[in-house]
Write a protein of this length. Structure first.
Length: 235
């Protein structure tokens, strides 16, 4: 009896469907991690997550592998999967790399920024100034993350954006609380406005230096506040 031939189209479709489902599951679990619903150190219950997402454990395990590669979870043999915990020294290392990427993005974007992109960034810094004036820390925090992400995205360099976003997501696991203080955010808002002015001028080197200095200031605040938090918890 002749062997049944597999339709290559069916095989390709099955692969696409499986990959898409795995990605959707990974995105859902990632969202729960980044929102704080699944806290650093929390064990990921396969059965509960599979039931909640309406999938079998196969796609969920594939999603876990994706999230492990992105640095958001860790898997231990015979113990399962856990949301990663980022220590202060590791967070400082990640922040150092992120600062370099910020500078690179500023250097690249200054040479190619469009009027539309410039207007979008100015609109964002205007909203930051308004948030600073009303001491809206949460609003400023959201705008701050979006501002830096937009600068990287506007470069059009996909590899740079992928690496940058991966590092920012990992840093989210470290942040126990907002690093902005009401009295400090007007200064940060002014720094962002100055960065946009440098982008508009087309001065890539000065823009890169401004972004590097800005990011290094954030790293220092993180080290200072993180050390205080760890010392306080150790008591």
């Amino acid at each position: 009896m002749p062997a049944l031939l597999t339709d290559p189209t069916d095989t390709a479709l099955t692969l696409v469907q499986s990959t898409s489902l795995t990605r959707l599951v990974a995105e859902s679990v990632e969202k729960s991690i980044l929102s704080g619903e699944l806290a650093p150190g929390a064990k990921l219950n396969e059965v509960a997550l599979a039931e909640r997402l309406g999938v079998s454990r196969g796609p969920l395990r594939e999603a876990f592998r994706m999230l492990e590669e992105s640095g958001l979870i860790r898997q231990e043999k015979n113990r399962g999967a856990f949301v990663r915990e980022i220590a202060l020294d590791e967070a400082a290392d990640i922040y150092e790399v992120r600062a370099g990427l910020d500078a690179m993005a500023g250097r690249l974007l200054a040479s190619r920024i469009t009027p539309v992109q410039l207007a979008a960034l100015r609109s964002m810094t205007d909203r930051m100034q308004a948030a600073a004036a009303t001491e809206d820390i949460d609003g400023f925090h959201v705008l701050n993350l979006r501002f830096h992400d937009q600068i990287v995205e506007m470069t059009g360099n996909r590899s740079l954006l992928d690496i940058y976003r991966k590092l920012v997501k990992q840093l989210t696991l470290f942040r126990r609380r907002n690093l902005f203080a009401p009295m400090a955010i007007p200064h940060f808002a002014d720094e962002h406005s100055a960065i946009v002015d440098l982008l508009a001028s087309g001065d890539g080197e000065r823009c890169a230096q401004a972004l590097l200095t800005h990011a290094q200031g954030g790293r220092q605040r993180m080290l200072r506040d993180g050390a205080y938090t760890e010392a306080h918890h150790a008591r």
